[in-house]
Design a protein around this ligand. Sequence first.
Ligand code: FA5
Ligand code: MG
Length: 422
Amino acid sequence: SRHWRPLSRNSSSFVKVLGQDYPTDEKTNITSAIIEKLDRRLHLQPAHPIGTLRTLIESHFPSFSSYSDFSPVVTPAKNFDDLSFPEDHPGRSVTDSYYINNDLMLRTHTSAHEVETFAKGVREWLLTADVYRRDEIDASHYPAFHQMEGARIFDTSPNGIRELEEDNARLAAHLQRSNIVIEDIPHITATNPHQPLHDPKHSELVAQNLKLSLNSLILDLFGGRAGAAEGEPLRVRWIEAYFPFTSPSYEVEVFFHGKWLEILGCGVVLQSTLDRARVPDSIGWAFGLGLERIAMILYSIPDIRLFWSQDPRFLEQFAPGVINTFKPFSKYPACYKDVSFWLSDKSLHENDFCDLVRDTAGDLVEDVKLIDAFTHPKTQRSSRCFRINYRSMDKSLTNEEANVLHEQVIARLKQNFGVEIR
Ligand code: FA5
Ligand code: MG
């Protein structure tokens, strides 16, 4: 079975999430390490980089309605069905998402609130929230992070389309020369088509408005910062993307620390989403920003785990509404430990391993890497070797302390997945 056994659940058949008890079932896979994050609300803390970034982006879009108080507990229907995810989409699986039980999950993206927000009748809005995914762990990926959804819809009447054209001209004028190099791509192509129901000209204008709006935000946020610190222009590129709920779709990447770092996904909203929200005669765009990724670049924060730090050496560096360069405090030494094992007949996804480690060692684990996967040619038995980097952000971890954590990881691996240590 692909089903993953909850780690921190005692024999009780309830799990407490944000003060409420929920019945568990075979789908439950939420861990205590995640439950502890649910009430932190970093995006509402005024001095925290995520809170400051939210207010800066909200003031860039002054006419938009802003929301930041939606519960992270949603139905799979909201997170997936409302957005036309196919029944067999991998995002729905227990290896990718956190489930409280069969009927409730933690939202994996802020798009989960698109239909209910459009249904309020607001035509331009922003929505900020914490989101949760069973993802790999490294300096730019973390299972809990923050997104800001933004959306805008236009009237398809001749008047509405004229306003759209005028807005595009206004935005283009705002985007004069700057120390940012933006690599663009065509709005619509055979591999990134407009929707059959849309007038291609309308779709083109909306895609253009989306790109101009985001380039203008990027210019406001990054102008004179980031790349500029090294005397080089900031490099930004648009790439074709695919989402089940937009077409055409794009992602934006920024060159940071020698690599392209993806900061957002966006596109022209699928008409079925607007139909579900009962919005007639409209066409529009939506985007989802990765707030940690943007804050990492703006503040030069090297590791995504730092956002969750309660260490005063981190928190006291920031003030409300101000972007300043983070001064790293000395890193404590890393402690690498490997574990090699033969798999049993129970499946073990890489995310299962990451979550088990995360739930055992919390933020004392910096990085998990699969360093070897092997299937014996004769016996067909499969083995895995993972390397865990244990490192504390606020103290020096002794080898003995790392050993205790590593032994716990091994014990739970054996217990939950029946593996045989090599
Ligand atoms: C989405 O989540 C879509 N909902 C975005 C969207 C909205 C598309 C509206 C179209 C219309 P994606 O999975 O690419 O897309 O995530 C969006 C951003 O979140 C990424 O570009 C990245 O910046 C950030 N992100 C994704 N996974 C992680 C992670 N594990 N840790 C930190 N940031 C992440
Ligand atoms: Mg993406």
